[in-house]
Design a protein around this ligand. Sequence first.
Ligand code: HEM
Length: 293
Amino acid sequence: MASCTAPISPAQPALRQGGKKSRSLQPPGRLGFVSLPLGKTGFHLEAMVSSSSSSGGRASAMVVASAASTPAAETPNKKRYPGEAKGFVEEMRFVAMRLHTRDQAKEGEKESDAQPIGKWQPSIDGYLRFLVDSKLVYDTLDSILEKAVYPSYAEFRNTGLERSESLAKDLEWFKSQGHVIPEPSSPGTSYAKYLEELSDTDPQAFICHFYNIYFAHSAGGRMIGKKVAEKILDGRELEFYKWDGDLSQLLQNVREKLNAVATGWSREEKDHCLDETEKSFKCSGEILRLILS
Ligand code: HEM
């Protein structure tokens, strides 16, 4: 998988093939899900099945979700994906939550690979680098949605989640306090370029980034902002962490639009979107780490 910091070139397979890689639903080394009907109860259990080279290709299974009802008319053995019954956003959320470390979020499954944010020692300069690169990413998202190479992107304009203007105000404030605002650095410029290219060639993968960027900021991002502010800004709440209106309603409106857009996607396209989540974590993670640089 190409790194966010690596230049994006036409040689990258996902782009060369217009993002239409053929993907099996359960390739080796990843998780798959099966649905087990519970007799004639109309309920089924969802089980997570994993096979990997580290387990010698053997499959192991564990139950990950409680019973969910299956309409009587539905084929009892139909494959179900965690969250599928609630809509595609819930599928994206399920995949994203598993990629958190255990100390980041309750549902996280990854081992911690870095200091927990409670122990972070941020600096103003590092935080400014993070804000500048974040602004570049949000500016890029706005311009992609404005262009709307794919008509469905236009659905996501003016959702109220946009962060560019608030970040511009925050940077102005830092400047007024005598700080020098840096130029964007490599994590931000590489991610912005990647998003631009992806948005032209691979709408499902682009939507994955769109979802993760905005929803991560509304959850863990806010938590991080609060902790950093306590340590280096005397608790000052930046505009970046304020929204006009009720944030949970704004998020819900976007969830509904995402679910509606994904209704037109094939299962393979949905899986492709979900598969991009890891990349999204990697790219955003590189920008987050600037706080500690
Ligand atoms: C230090 C880094 C991070 C921390 C501490 C963190 C923490 C959290 C927490 C506490 C939640 C809320 C869980 C809940 O609903 O109970 C959350 C949700 C989420 N996070 Fe993270 N996160 C981090 C990084 C990321 C990154 C890099 C991404 C992806 C780019 C991401 C994507 C998401 C998504 C999509 C949700 C679901 C939001 C929703 O359902 O509204 N997070 N995170």
